[in-house]
Design a protein around this ligand. Sequence first.
Ligand code: ADP
Ligand code: ZN
Ligand code: ZN
Length: 803
Amino acid sequence: MRYAEVIVNSPVAQRRTFSYAIPSGLTVSEGQAVLVPFGEKILQGIVMELSRYPAVEDTREIIGVIEPEPLLSPSYISLARWISEYYLSPLFSAVALMLPPGFERKAVTILGVAAGETSGLSLSGEQRRVLDLVGQGSVESRKLERALGKKKAQTVVSQMVRQGLLVRSYEMETVRVRPKKELYISLAGGGGENSKLAVKQAALVAFLRERATPVSWTEARKQTGCSKATADALLRKGLVAFQQVDVKREPISYDDIELSHPLKLTAAQQSAFDSIKSGLRQMVRGNTSPGVFLLHGVTGSGKTEVYLQALAEAVSLGKRGIVLVPEIALTPQTIERFASRFPHRVAVFHSKLSLGEQYDEWHRIKNGEFDVVIGSRSAVFTPQPDLGLIIIDEEYEWTYKQDTSPHYHARDVAVKLAESAGAAVVLGSATPDVGTFYKAHNGDYKLLTLQERVVPSEGAAMPRVEIVDMRDELKAGNRSIFSRSLAEAVNEAIADREQVILFLNRRGGATFVQCRRCGFVLRCRRCDVPLTHHISGDMLICHQCNYKIPVPQVCPNCSSRQMKFLGIGTQKVEQEAGYTFPRARKIRWDSDVTGSKSSHEDILRKFRSHEADILIGTQMVAKGLDIPSVTLVGVISADTSLNLPDFRAGERTFQILSQVAGRAGRGIAGGRVIIQTFSPEHYAIQAAARHDYAAFYEQEITYRRQLHNPPFTQLARLVYAHTNDSLCQREAARMKNLIIEEMDTRGTGGVSLIGPAPAYIPRLRGRYRWQLLLRGSELSAFLSPVPFPRGWTIDIDPVSLVQ
Ligand code: ADP
Ligand code: ZN
Ligand code: ZN
């Protein structure tokens, strides 16, 4: 007898596997998806390990395999174990990250008649009824339950199975994902020539006659401007027909993509590329792990070209790659750069694809149809065979950290995966995470540097950056949100027919509304945060839960009519820009821009083709835009992230300012950046203005060392949420004592605990939140045996303390 350690899809399982016997005749491998009995239920499970001895005496048997091929390779099995142990998440949740989209389904019980004669047997009325319902074939047990009632059906069926009258088997529920279909319209019959048609109807018929073959209805509607009612009228007359046609889901359209060829590398690019190349070659030759490279290069220094050539090298060695980019940078422009170098060999994978698209891509990736998978953090889990290279662009980005359990960081996952798969990792950024750079500095990662921009003309270098002290503006009597320098620079740029980006990392109009008389601030009913005023629609909106109310006429507290709108967001910038630069054409880009993916693309296309002079936006404008005619970038306020109570405030500010500044001067005309701030002497702002990562890093790492912050220590953030505030506080206090006891009994030194204290957002969606912050090393191992009841969230290595 052989046994399997199986992780099951049940909340009971947590971080444990269960032993099952493998029945003779069934072939089961590691990584295989199976069906197993679990209590009264039949559950999906994944085989994590095979063994000759079970972990417990009493084992039940595996019922069957769900798919003939194992779903997880050995490297992914060990990766899932690591995620569960390190991030303290249930093992099945970790495994689920790597399973095909739509995998999680319920098992359905099927009942069939056993062979043999039943007519002579004495059967009860209910048994007869069941046999009638089953008929000659088989039925789902659900059908019997509907007919007889759940309890009754189960008892009768169990009886009949024991008596050998029925046989039970199990199947998975049908997949929710179906082939994609589209509605097509075509002409039907021939007649109707002489019947009288309305103008619109006649136009549609004429259009279809011209096309001869069926046309997608979306296209027909677009071309003719006809409504569905018009088409339906023709359908009733028998003049047209509709049909559903299967279409292939293809996230990349290659229609407008031209093949691109490797560029001749600059000396700096060449030396970075050579290091990666020799790492890859050694890996293939000697099966040594090539380790992690940090490609540190200013924006526009040609990092992407290095990625492309490194990928080509991996492919030439018989390997494949995964490229992660921040969600926000996953634009058609980015995808195109990869797709044009590896035509028809690039898969796209991210959570914004429909389930069907994800399902198709996942299976095609597993079949080895692609050299490169490009996507957001979840793409690190796609089953890319022969994995040789993982590239993470802008590795410091927050979007690589998952904000639900398991709270994994895609960069750390990639490094783990590469270790067990024997692949190389390239982390790229202009402003690396301080922890990442520390590792490179210490020699754990190999540091590759691109110091200069690759520019189309000689002489154009990094843009000039000017810091404007907004306190001086106030002193000089300028109360506008635009300093005199910025206003002048915008006017000049517009006059020269150049383009401008205005950046503010906050959306909405006013960021809070306060009563002038009593000081009352309007807050969300469910979250303890001020409501933001949105100019379009004149609404107050909660940025945490999207709760919306119209602006009240009077103060809810004192009935005064004097409500003051304070703070600025991008909508306010747009409005003010309207007054200050009346002749410039403006366009706004932030996550309030409603509608589909395409409206975002529309905005970019408009700006790119110079249908607007000024682009106003949040961090979305800071990422990956490469528009040569942008010569001026104005930062309306550098202070939005600077004063947050988070030890990473300086790092965030430096990163975002460097990113935005990198949008200017990508063309021959050169560029200029103006940063407005009330803290002009702050080291993060000063260093960003000088494009000086080294200076920023020196200062930052000194502070981190002095204050015992990461990378010199590890953090874990534990948050308990409950609708009752005092109960919530008590539970946090109880957990604190439990953890202190744990430290005493285990004699753990070096772990310190802060709190309990209300979280930065003390109430969210109606639930109060209290937090404990742990500081120390090997916190996962320390916390592992501590029992956390429901309601606790454990975040190992949190990227933000202001959530
Ligand atoms: P990064 O990824 O570091 O921001 P990019 O790869 O976007 O930089 O490069 C900036 C610009 O320089 C792009 O337009 C790119 O096509 C161009 N470029 C990169 N490498 C070279 C090269 N070796 N020769 C000529 N142009 C290059
Ligand atoms: Zn009031
Ligand atoms: Zn809210």
